[in-house]
Design a protein around this ligand. Sequence first.
Ligand code: NAD
Length: 244
Amino acid sequence: MTSVPNITLNNGIEIPQLGFGVYQVTPQDTKDATLRACEIGYRHIDTAQMYGNEKGVGEAVRESGLDRADVFVTSKLNNGFHQPDDALKAFDTSLESLGFDYLDLFLIHWPLPGIDVDFVDTWGALEQIYASGQAKSIGVSNFQPAHLRRVVQEGTVPPAVNQIEVHPYLTQDDVRAANTENGVATEAWSPIAQGLVLDDPVITSIASTHGKTPAQVVLRWHLQRGDIVFPKSVTPERVKENFE
Ligand code: NAD
């Protein structure tokens, strides 16, 4: 089986660099899609409270027969729960939906700098969750460098990751550099731009030169840049193609 490299996060925890994303996978389809991904060899699943499909992810991990410790699962705090007390409760609800007693990684989904709750206070709730051991790592998503710097300077635990949109049409050099400067790993969401980059003539030409598909070329580009990716598909052939 193809082996997926691990990335070591700033707290020493290892995360498989390639995972399976379940954004826009319906709650009904999530269990089967995730189970299939586990069978193909994926050991890292990226979900979120917002996706409404944590239950299916949890069921699939249990039915896969894999040890819980062998599958890295991420979820994210939904936007309505930034008040620290709400964040703590929402985290418990995630564990309940997943049927897990811990998460591998829990993220603030969006910084929401315009609301009346400061994301640094929300981060304090994630630090509490981290201290309890119920999330093995904590991080952020969609944070601009200024947001990230505040969390690093004012918090006590630095984020392990910043999950941001990255693909060949949005290379995010500035945010990735700020992540690196702060010791924060970059996770690249929409790594193939939801399919938008796959007809690009440069990418299709590289693919035909190397006997690979355009999606494989783009995913390899991410891996070589050192980012963590979790392409989404419910089409079995594509899930396999992306893994390969
Ligand atoms: P993606 O770039 O993974 O593209 C998924 C789409 O591309 C599929 O629906 C399918 O239409 C197509 N596709 C997939 N594999 C293909 C292949 N081999 N050949 C041709 N077409 C293929 O987009 P995404 O789902 O938006 O992003 C991946 C994951 O990132 C999500 O599932 C989610 O876990 C995460 N994400 C996070 C955020 C965030 O705000 N943190 C936002 C969006 C996505």
